[in-house]
Design a binder for this molecule. Structure first.
Ligand SMILES: NC(=O)C1=CN([C@@H]2O[C@H](COP(=O)(O)OP(=O)(O)OC[C@H]3O[C@@H](n4cnc5c(N)ncnc54)[C@H](OP(=O)(O)O)[C@@H]3O)[C@@H](O)[C@H]2O)C=CC1
Ligand SMILES: O=C1O[C@H](COP(=O)(O)O)[C@@H](O)[C@H](O)[C@H]1O
Length: 605
């Protein structure tokens, strides 16, 4: 979990504040005029424009009532800053005067705390993503990163661990080691218990010591963000304590945002309990629940593809789409995470969150705007329109050991941290339906598994066959074999391709299926940022579009909780499949029931 400070409280203690960056840092003003404000007449507003690091980010935050409209705000902002997207404004409640804000980007500042810094995710993803942002100049001029966990460590030891995980992009090798040194010199560590307010007060004290002089001298108390990287469901009491400490510190010294990693509960009740615990001390808009699949490039592109191309949106309904497939596979097992995994299983680990989030983005109605709340409103609507999942529409599997080419691969229950008699699914397939006018009757098939034959995540959209197609006789009796299929390959080798029927060149009339192929590595020379880079940047900027709101979470759990309960109460035995195989055959029967063939199986997979 991580917490960020937002401009909302940072600015509340003084009558006139200014801000110089998209990160919302507040300074005594530099006299750039801004429209007058009166708290009574005003509501929250946000303004979006192109930012250097965050193309569609919501960069100006006007809260506690700003008279300024979006247009006025943009009109008032200096063009150079609009270009860079470096503005953030918060208006104090008592403020009745014209407001000014600082435009000096050099004076922007943020403090990032990584709670659970000794863990796997911090090393593997969080520090490398923060470094990538630093390298890209997407972090403010003055930033400090504090690792926090119970393990005893010095700053040097943290830096040593972190340094081993930092890499520069292939196209950004210039000054790489110099940049790493600079980055590491901003990383510090503080050891403490998660439930000790005293330890957090000590941390706060250290954070202050690292604030730049101009922050201290202005009386402004700081903008902080905190990543909570301890399992929030298992450590709910600790999380509540952490939030209490952050909230107490924020009340005295700014405001805080908390970025929380999954798992967000294991069913509706535990998820609601976690939400209650977090909301005891934080407002919903301070909580950033991460689903890292939403930060993946092609998942983000889904809306662009659909809503900015005339050739797709009109086809996006039951009228033209026969089925949609959401596929996740990994070619490795739960090695090393068996203890965690056994408590959750693949449905909770991948389907209820990552695949369902993609489904919601795919199937939602057009949002009013690209504002986070508009998008999330549409996602909630579609999730709430889904039919209860029937147990007959779910197939579960578990991998067993397998020997191939003289190499022996372990079964799931061979992991010492997994009970020998565990029925936890490592594979699942499910058919879901959306009960609305657009998607009535269209199967949304999900498939997710570990220890399969490849690593892949993709969205497949199979279209209906062309009515009265002149070329039907070329396809034989199985017309569905010749339908168009749009494939959005999220990973690896990001690509979007469309399968079309095409005449094979020559004097005859032979058709084949070919791909119109947008392979990212062939089209774009730029390396694709890791999902965590996008998400961390958005969290720091206060952009919520890619984070899960509590009502979305409730809707997702309402959908999956009944079937999960039934599977567990009935102790349904998973279908065993060999490590490295294509998974249980039951998945094919499930698809066949709805006249569907999995698109990832076959000649053109
Ligand atoms: N690792 C991954 O690939 C992914 C992880 N996540 C989620 O991110 C979060 C962090 O994951 P990850 O880093 O792998 O987790 P780890 O198991 O590595 O632990 C993270 C931190 O939790 C603390 N911790 C571990 N056990 C306990 C305990 N029994 N009591 C109190 N604190 C404990 C450790 O700090 P210390 O003991 O020093 O206090 C450690 O720094 C989790 O919520 C996880 O579900 C999500 C997606 C992928
Ligand atoms: O959330 C999780 O995701 C990873 C897969 O993420 P990816 O970005 O590598 O595709 C998965 O291995 C893990 O079990 C799950 O908790």
């Amino acid at each position: 979990m991580a917490a960020l400070s937002s401009s909302k409280h940072c600015c509340s203690s003084s009558s006139v504040y200014s801000s110089s960056s998209s990160f919302g840092f507040h300074q005594p003003q530099r006299n750039i005029p801004f429209p007058a404000v009166s708290q009574k007449r005003l509501g929250s507003k946000s303004v979006s424009w192109q930012s250097k690091c965050s193309p569609s980010s919501n960069v100006i935050l006007m809260q506690d009532g700003a008279l300024a409209t979006k247009k006025a705000a943009i009109d008032e902002a200096p063009p150079s800053k609009l270009k860079e997207g470096l503005l953030s404004v918060t208006l104090p409640e008592e403020h009745e005067q014209p407001i000014n804000f600082n435009m000096n980007a050099d004076e922007s500042t943020v403090t990032i705390t990584v709670v659970g810094a000794s863990g796997d995710l911090a090393k593997k993803k969080i520090f490398p993503a923060l470094f990538a942002l630093y390298y890209e100049d997407c972090l403010p001029e003055h930033f400090t990163i504090f690792g926090y966990a119970r393990s005893k460590m010095t700053d040097a030891e943290l830096r040593n661990i972190v340094s081993r995980t930092l890499t520069c992009r292939i196209d950004k090798r210039e000054n790489c080691s110099e940049k790493m040194e600079q980055f590491l010199s901003r990383c510090f560590y503080h050891s403490g218990q998660y439930d000790s307010q005293q330890n957090f007060v000590e941390l706060d004290k250290k954070l202050k010591e690292h604030e730049p002089n101009f922050v201290a001298s202005s009386g402004w108390k700081g903008c902080k963000s905190t990543f909570l990287l301890i399992d929030p469901t298992k450590h709910i009491r600790r999380c509540r304590k952490i939030c209490a400490s952050l909230s107490a510190s924020a009340a005295a010294s700014g405001w805080t945002r908390v970025i929380v990693e999954k798992p967000f509960g294991r069913d509706s009740d535990s998820s609601a309990a976690l939400t209650r615990a977090l909301k005891q001390y934080l407002e919903e808009d301070q909580i950033f629940r991460i689903d890292h699949y939403l930060g993946k490039e092609l998942v983000e592109n889904l809306s662009v593809l659909r809503f900015s191309n005339l050739i797709f949106e009109p086809l996006w309904s039951r009228q033209y789409i026969r089925n949609v497939q959401l596929i996740f596979s990994e070619d490795f097992g739960t090695e090393g995470r068996g203890g965690y995994f056994d408590h959750y299983g693949i449905i909770r680990d991948i389907m209820q969150n990552h695949l369902l989030q993609i489904l919601a983005l795919f199937a939602m109605e057009t949002p009013v705007s690209l504002d986070a709340e508009d998008i999330r409103n549409e996602k909630v609507k579609v999730l709430r329109s889904m039919k209860t999942i029937r147990i007959d529409d779910v197939v579960i599997g578990q991998y067993k050991s397998h020997t191939k080419g003289g190499v022996s691969y372990p079964g799931y229950t061979d992991d010492k941290t997994v009970p020998k008699d565990s029925l936890t699914p490592t594979f699942a397939a499910a058919a879901l339906f959306i009960d609305n006018a657009r998607w009535d009757g269209v199967p949304f098939l999900m498939k997710a598994g570990k220890a399969l034959h490849n690593r892949r995540a993709e969205i497949r959209v199979q279209f209906r066959h062309v009515p009265g197609n002149l070329y039907n006789r070329n396809f034989g009796t199985d017309l569905d074999r010749a339908t168009n299929e749009l494939v959005i390959r999220v990973q690896p080798d990001e690509a979007i391709y469309l399968k079309i029927n095409n005449k094979v060149p020559g004097l005859g009339m032979r058709l084949d299926r070919s791909n119109l192929n947008l392979l990212y590595k062939a089209r774009y020379s730029k390396e694709i940022p890791d999902a965590y880079e996008r998400l961390l940047l958005d969290a720091i900027e206060g952009e919520r579009r890619l984070f899960i709101r509590s009502d979305e979470l409730d809707a997702a759990w309402s959908l999956f909780t009944p079937v999960l309960k039934e599977l567990e109460e009935k102790k349904i035995i998973p279908e065993y499949y060999p490590y490295g195989s294509r998974g249980p055959v039951g998945a094919h029967y499930l698809a066949a029931r709805y006249n569907v063939k999995w698109g990832d199986i076959g000649v053109d997979e």
